[in-house]
Design a protein around this ligand. Structure first.
Ligand code: BES
Ligand code: ZN
Length: 635
C-alpha cells in the first residue's frame, strides 16, 4: 500500500479498513505505514493524489442515443493529506467537453473554479487542472463525452440481438474511464460512487454497483457502489435488458433473446462462488451477476464488480467456455479486492486471477479439465513469448511511454499463474492456500505494487523456509524474460491420446471419420487442432471438415483455432466462415490472431483489408485501435 507518508490518505481508506478488520482480525490496521513503500508513481495518470485525492464520485448523466453522448456532471469529493493546503487538483480526461467546473466546501455554495485542459497526449489524454479554494472538499465538473469516446461503444439497433433498440456499454480498463468520467484514472486511487442515470424510458441501465433485478424500468436509475474501487472498474450498460436468476445472489442480465441461453450456460455460477469462498475467503461484494453483451464486446469478460461483463461468444451451449466466468469471478479477490497499483503490476491482477480461475474450475469441473486448460494456457504463453522482445517477457515491465492496452499479453496471465503454481508446488497446497487467504485479507480494498507483494511473500511464506525458497527465485520470476529454468509445467494425461489420434490420422493409418473424437471436450478439440502441422494440406483439411463440420462449429474457441489453421493451410472452403466470424463478433482474443495470420501473406492481407472494411464500423474503439495496427489501416 502506497499511502505511508500521508495519514489522511490512510484515513480515506478507513471505511475499507474497518470492513477488513471486521472480517479479518489478524490483519494490521490500515494506518500502519508499509515499510519502504515504493514511490514508483503511476505513469499512466496525470492525477496528483499525493496532494489532493479523489475519494468519492457522484455521477449524473443523461444518456443521449441520438447524439451518442453522455451529458451531465461528476461531483468529486476530495481529501488532502494532514496539513495539506493544495489548491491544484489534477484529473485525467480524454476527449471530454468540459463546460464548467465549480467547487464548494461541504454544505456551502458552489463557486466557479478556473480550469485548464492540457493539449492531448495520444496515450494519456488531457490533464484537467482545476484551481480550487484551500478548504474546498467538493469539485463539480459539468461535461459531455464525444461520440468517439474510447471507453464507450454506442450500438445501433442492428448491432444488437433484439435489433429494435440501441445499446451502450462502457469498458474502462485500462485507462478509458477518463474518456467518460473526469477523475484520477489510476488503479492506485480507490473511490466509492453513486450514479443517477437517465435513459430512454423503455431501456434498462445497470452498473458495477447495487443492481436490483426488480427495479422498475422507467428510464430513471440510481446506483451506489459503497466499497472503494479503482476507476477502471466503473462500468455502465444501457439496453433492452432482461434478467434471469441463477441463485439468490447471482443471475444473468442480457438482451431478451439471449437471456435464457445465458442462464443455462452459466447455471454453475453459484457453485463457483462457493468454491471460491472456501478457497480464498468470503465473497465481499454481495451480488454476483453476469451481463452478456452484444457480440462487439472486445473482451471475453471484464470483472466489473458485482456485474461481470461477458462476451456472447462464451455461449457454446455446453458450459465448455465458462472458465472465463470463473476467471472474472476470481477477480473479486485478485484485482477488485487486492488491486494492481499501476499497470506494471498488472500480473497481480491477471496472473493471480488465472491461478485462482483454474482452482475454481478444478473444484467445479474436476482436475482433468483444469489441467487441460493449464496446458493450453502454457501453449498460448510459449507461442506468444516466441514473438515478444525480452523486455515484454517480463512479469513486471517498465511501461513508460507505452499504452497499457498494448502491453496486456499472456505473460501477465500465464507466466503469472505459473509463478503461483510454482509456489504451490514447492510449499504444498495447504500452506500456499493459507498464504493466499491471508494475502487477500491483509490487502483487502487496497492497491498494491509488485514490491508490496514480494515483501508480503517473503514475510509470510518464503522466509520461514529458505531452503524451499531457493526453488522460487523471485526476481527471476518477476524481473527477467523467459520462463525460469526450474519452473514446473502443467501436464495433462488427457492430451496424449489426442495427439496419438492426430498422428495416426496424419500418418494415413486411419481416415478422419475414424478419429476417436466422439467424447472429446472443447479442450481436447483445441489440443487436437493445435497438434496438426501448420500448414495442413487442403485435402486433409477437407477430410477433417467433412467428418467433423469444423467450419460450421458453433463453439467460438474451436472456430478460432480451426480458422487459424485454415488460413495457414490456404483452405479456401473455410473463408466464408472466416469472413462471417470476423464480421459477427469483436472479441480481441479472436480478432488479433486471425488478422495477424491473414496479414502474413500478400493475398491474405488483401483479404484481411476487404473483411476489415466491412467489419470495422461494428468493432469497439479499443478493438479498432488494435486491428488498425495489425492491418496497417487505412491500408
Ligand atoms: N480484466 C481482463 C480484461 C482486460 C484486460 C481489459 C486488460 C482491459 C485491459 C479480464 O479479466 C480478462 O482477463 N479477460 C480475458 C479472459 C480471461 C479468461 C483470460 C479476455 O477477455 O480474453
Ligand atoms: Zn482477468
Amino acid at each position: 500500500m502506497r499511502h505511508g507518508r500521508f495519514a489522511a490518505i490512510g484515513l480515506i481508506l478507513l471505511g475499507a479498513a474497518a470492513c477488513r478488520r471486521a472480517e479479518s482480525p489478524r490483519s494490521g490496521p490500515a494506518l500502519t505505514p508499509t515499510p519502504a513503500a515504493t514511490s514508483s508513481r503511476d505513469v499512466h495518470s496525470y492525477g496528483n493524489p499525493e496532494e489532493i485525492r479523489v475519494t468519492h464520485a457522484d455521477l449524473d448523466w443523461d444518456v443521449d442515443f441520438d447524439r451518442k453522448v453522455l451529458r451531465g456532471s461528476a461531483t468529486l469529493t476530495v481529501k488532502r493529506p494532514v496539513g495539506g493546503r493544495s489548491t491544484g487538483l489534477v484529473l485525467d480526461t480524454r476527449a471530454l467537453d468540459v463546460s464548467k467546473v465549480e467547487a464548494s466546501r461541504e454544505g456551502s455554495a458552489w463557486t466557479n473554479s478556473p480550469f485548464s485542459l492540457a493539449p492531448p497526449d495520444k496515450i494519456l489524454g488531457s490533464a484537467l487542472t482545476v484551481t480550487i479554494p484551500e478548504d474546498a472538499t467538493q469539485v463539480r465538473i459539468t461535461y459531455a463525452t464525444r461520440p468517439e469516446a474510447s471507453g464507450l461503444q454506442w450500438l445501433d439497433p442492428p448491432q444488437t440481438a433484439g435489433r429494435k433498440n440501441p445499446f451502450l456499454f462502457t469498458q474502462s480498463q485500462a485507462i478509458h474511464a477518463r474518456s467518460w468520467i473526469p477523475l484520477q484514472d489510476s488503479p492506485s486511487v480507490r473511490i466509492t460512487y453513486r450514479a443517477h442515470v437517465r435513459t430512454p424510458r423503455n431501456l434498462m441501465a445497470v452498473m458495477s454497483a447495487d443492481n436490483d433485478p426488480n427495479e422498475p424500468r422507467d428510464g430513471d436509475y440510481d446506483f451506489e457502489m459503497p466499497q472503494p474501487i479503482p476507476s477502471y472498474l466503473i462500468a455502465l450498460a444501457v439496453g433492452d435488458l432482461a434478467f434471469a436468476p441463477i441463485s439468490l445472489r447471482s443471475g444473468v442480465w442480457a438482451e431478451r433473446p439471449v437471456v435464457a441461453k445465458a442462464a443455462r450456460e452459466f447455471a454453475d455460477v453459484e457453485k463457483m462462488i462457493r468454491a471460491a469462498e472456501t478457497l480464498f475467503g468470503p465473497y465481499r461484494w454481495e451480488r454476483y451477476d453476469v451481463l452478456v453483451l452484444p457480440p462487439s464486446f472486445p473482451f471475453g469478460g471484464m470483472e466489473n464488480p458485482r456485474l461481470t461483463f461477458a462476451t456472447p461468444t462464451l455461449l457454446a451451449g455446453d458450459k465448455s467456455l465458462v472458465a472465463v466466468i470463473a476467471h472474472e469471478l476470481a477477480h473479486s479477490w485478485a484485482g477488485n479486492l487486492v488491486t494492481n497499483a499501476t499497470w506494471s503490476d498488472f500480473w497481480l491482477n491477471e496472473g493471480v486471477t488465472t491461478y485462482l480461475e483454474r482452482r475454481i474450475v478444478e473444484q467445479v469441473y474436476g482436475a482433468r479439465r483444469a489441467e487441460m486448460e493449464a496446458v493450453l494456457g502454457l501453449q498460448d504463453l510459449e507461442k506468444e513469448m516466441a514473438g515478444l522482445p525480452p523486455k515484454d517477457q517480463v512479469l513486471h515491465p517498465d511501461l513508460r511511454g507505452r499504452d497499457p492496452d498494448d502491453a496486456a499479453t499472456d505473460v501477465a496471465y500465464e507466466k503469472g499463474a505459473l509463478f503461483l503454481r510454482q509456489l504451490e508446488a514447492v510449499y504444498g497446497r495447504d500452506r500456499f492456500d493459507r498464504f493466499l487467504r491471508g494475502y487477500f485479507d491483509h490487502f483487502a480494498f487496497q492497491s498494491i505494487t509488485t514490491d508490496d507483494f514480494i515483501r508480503y511473500l517473503h514475510a509470510n511464506l518464503l522466509d520461514a523456509d529458505p531452503k524451499l525458497a531457493a526453488q522460487v527465485p523471485v526476481a527471476d520470476w518477476t524481473e527477467k524474460p523467459e520462463i525460469p529454468a526450474g519452473a514446473r509445467r502443467p501436464v495433462s494425461d488427457a492430451l496424449a491420446p489426442v495427439e496419438a489420434e492426430a498422428q495416426s490420422w496424419l500418418d494415413g493409418k486411419k481416415p478422419a471419420a475414424a478419429i476417436a473424437a466422439k467424447n472429446w471436450s472443447t479442450q481436447e478439440w483445441l489440443h487436437f487442432l493445435r497438434a496438426l502441422p501448420n500448414p495442413t494440406s487442403p485435402a486433409k483439411m477437407e477430410e477433417l471438415d467433412r467428418a467433423f463440420h469444423l467450419s460450421a462449429s458453433g463453439n467460438s474457441e474451436i472456430t478460432n483455432e480451426w480458422l487459424l489453421l485454415a488460413i495457414a493451410s490456404h483452405y479456401e472452403p473455410a473463408y466464408p466462415r472466416l469472413e462471417e466470424f470476423l464480421t459477427s463478433m469483436g472479441r480481441q482474443k479472436f480478432l488479433k490472431p486471425l488478422y495477424e495470420a491473414l496479414v502474413r501473406t500478400p493475398e491474405g492481407r488483401a483479404r484481411a483489408l476487404a473483411i476489415y472494411r466491412k467489419a470495422r464500423p461494428g468493432y469497439h474503439p479499443i478493438a479498432v485501435a488494435t486491428v488498425d495496427k495489425i492491418v496497417g489501416w487505412p491500408g
